[in-house]
Design a protein around this ligand. Structure first.
Ligand code: ADP
Ligand code: MG
Length: 625
């Protein structure tokens, strides 16, 4: 390999790279916050002892209720990317649970607070099962519907809830000397536990899966994340402590009714707290909740609440979305980062440099004879989109240990076949067999766990994750214990680094995927699916849109992996690349397999020449890709 070749790759990797690489925020960035947070915690903790101003105690109590709500919402909205406008319902559910239990069964309201948490969790799980089929706007609407549904239930289920008459809770029995302290410190404790949960989730595999879902849910499924399980668990985690806080809140305000408890404004305030403070941050929701509660109180004082409050919150929502889309904490972090690096050529001037191609140049070899039984077998696969028969009875087999090519004109259904095999689409007819099992009907993550890895024609990385995070995100299986495992550490992280080394991308491990060039993304996506340790690797146009040197390098990697026992199924238009390396070659036209055989046989097949290669196609000598 010459130096010229290295330069060519370097140029490729720089393409589209006018922007400096965005690195993951460094640990040191958080240090200015540590002092601020510690001081704020101390202030809040000592406030009731130092001051007996009940007005502010009340404000902080309400702020903490919203904060618990917003920290919970952050799990489903900030991490997983699902916006819920029904979060306020869990406050109401918690309050009602405590209210009903106290008036029907008796005992101290405190006893029922944990029950409120359990019930909120159960309802969240049930809601999750229903709502998790919906995405985007449909999901938001479902959560609003849920809020109104519980409100309707609370209004009309008279025997249980006393309808619009509401429920009055007993007056606290402790000495007035203690003011609101029990409420105050219980809520502070709940907020602390919610924060610990939120922090714990974000740093382990569970959180990593949620972020993968936020970034690209279908892709997350193909790399082994069992998306429904993750989403339902996230929903439960986001509701349990909110339910408990709601129970305390109900006791605190001592009167609960459907209008007050299931007011959509409560949910709006929670969302607003999260957006204002900063999604996907630990402290953002807390900061936001305190600001929102202060605004809430001010507007009540200055404008007598009511419609003015609606106007203020509506207006603020618009302003935040327009001018502070990332929220206060992320924006402040950016400013701090800018301030620290200003004038220093360091980060901004740093360029992504080329991949070192000299590291390993495996000798090229002729396409090997396919051996063994089929690892993948497709029988009579059909997929229609309206009137378009994208896949129309395709049948073929991929021998174990082979590098099989799937070629054919544009629109002949190659990508659709990949989607049907990988599970991102379901066929209308036909069967897919993999490693002795029938897999059509299985969800994508189960297919990934069985050893099926695929890349996408247009690369799909988790853009907000770093390169290393992208590579450790895939999961080879599912086990509840896995959820609690560190996201990036130990043997897996080392393996991910080795794979990045293999594809020549190790030095970019801390760069955000969104800063990579197209060719670099392809390499990282390859490392990503290798993390699944797949038996079959399906590549959709691996050589498309990248320069010849990188194509050559990818060819070498495929050969090397194949020599290590990986089977490949490759869709590609670059004929020298395909014909020099693949055996057998399958030809797809109008959704049907019209030929299969060695490169030589396929090149001479009149049907193939007619449908794809063209009358006078002749590859002089199979090039060594
Ligand atoms: P190839 O990868 O061989 O170029 P595709 O599998 O992408 O072909 O597409 C096959 C046919 O199916 C094309 O006519 C395409 O327009 C159609 N098609 C693919 N995906 C969809 C979709 N999601 N919705 C509707 N039509 C689709
Ligand atoms: Mg395609």
């Amino acid at each position: 390999m010459t130096d010229g070749a290295t330069t060519a790759v370097a140029e490729e990797t720089l393409k589209g790279g006018g922007t400096p690489p965005s690195r993951a925020p460094s640990k040191t960035l958080r240090s200015p916050w540590t002092a601020v947070i510690a001081l704020a915690i101390l202030l809040v903790a000592l406030f009731p002892v130092l001051s007996d101003d009940l007005y502010y105690q009340n404000m902080i109590i309400l702020a903490m209720v919203f904060a618990v709500g917003a920290v919970g919402l952050n799990i489903i909205t900030g991490y997983a990317g699902y916006i819920s406008l029904g979060q306020g319902a869990f406050i109401g559910l918690g309050a009602y649970t405590v209210g009903i239990c106290v008036s029907d069964i008796g005992g101290s309201p405190w006893v029922w607070v944990p029950v409120a948490g359990v019930l909120a969790g159960l309802v969240a799980a049930a809601l999750g099962v229903v709502a998790m089929r919906a995405r985007g706007h449909a999901f938001v609407i479902l959560t609003i519907a849920f809020l109104f549904l519980v409100q309707l239930l609370a209004t009309n289920w008279d025997e249980l809830t006393n309808g619009t008459g509401g429920i009055t809770l007993p007056i606290p029995t402790w000495s007035v000397d203690y003011q609101y302290w029990p409420f105050y410190y219980t809520l502070m404790g709940l907020l602390a536990v919610s924060l610990v949960l939120s922090w714990w989730i974000r740093r382990n595999k569970f959180g990593m899966g949620l972020v993968a879902i936020r970034e690209d849910e279908d892709k997350a499924a193909t790399v082994g994340v069992s998306t429904p399980t993750y989403k339902i668990l996230a929903f439960v985690a986001s509701a349990v402590f909110v339910g408990m806080a709601g129970g305390v809140y109900g006791y605190y305000i001592s009167f609960i009714d459907p209008l007050g408890m299931f007011n959509i404004l409560l949910s709006v305030q929670i969302i607003l707290s999260l957006l204002l403070g900063g999604r996907d941050t630990l402290w953002g929701p807390v900061l936001g909740a305190f600001i929102i509660e202060w605004l809430n109180e001010t507007s009540n004082q200055e404008f007598q609440g009511g419609n003015a409050r609606l106007l203020i919150f509506g207006g603020l929502l618009v302003l935040v979305v327009m001018f502070l889309p990332r929220g206060i904490i992320p924006t402040a972090n950016r400013w701090i980062e800018w301030w620290r690096t200003r004038g220093k050529a360091g980060l901004a001037g740093e360029r992504l440099t080329g991949i070192d191609l000299r590291a390993r140049a495996a000798p090229a070899r002729e396409a090997a004879e396919p051996s063994g039984p089929p690892l993948l077998e497709v029988k009579g696969l059909e997929k229609r989109f309206g009137g378009v028969r994208a896949v129309d009875g395709a049948s073929f087999a991929v021998p174990e240990g082979s590098i099989t090519a799937l070629i054919g004109p544009n629109g002949s259904g190659k990508t659709t076949v990949f989607n049907l095999i990988g599970g991102t689409m379901t066929p209308q007819a036909g069967e897919v067999w993999f490693d002795g099992q029938r897999i059509d009907g299985k969800p994508p993550w189960q297919r990934a766990h069985l050893g099926l890895g695929r890349t996408f024609q247009i690369t799909r990385l988790f853009r907000e994750m770093t390169v290393l995070e992208n590579v450790v995100a895939p999961l080879q299986g599912f086990h509840p214990r896995l959820l609690g495992a560190d996201a990036v550490s130990g043997r897996e992280a080392r393996r991910a680094e080795d794979l990045l080394e293999f594809v020549g991308m190790r030095k970019y491990r801390d760069v955000h995927a969104s800063a990579l060039s197209y060719g670099q993304q392809k390499l990282v996506e390859l490392a990503q699916i290798l993390m699944l340790d797949p038996k079959l690797i399906m590549l959709d146009e691996p050589a498309g849109g990248i320069n010849p040197t990188l194509i050559e390098r990818i060819g070498e990697m495929i050969r090397e992996l194949n020599a290590q026992g990986k089977t490949f199924l490759i869709v590609e238009h670059n004929m020298p690349f395909v014909l020099g390396m693949c055996n057998p070659v399958l030809v797809l036209a109008r959704g049907q397999t019209i030929a299969s055989g060695t490169a030589d046989e396929v090149q001479r097949d009149p049907q193939v020449l007619d449908a794809y290669l063209g009358e006078d196609f002749r590859l002089e000598e199979p090039a060594r890709a």
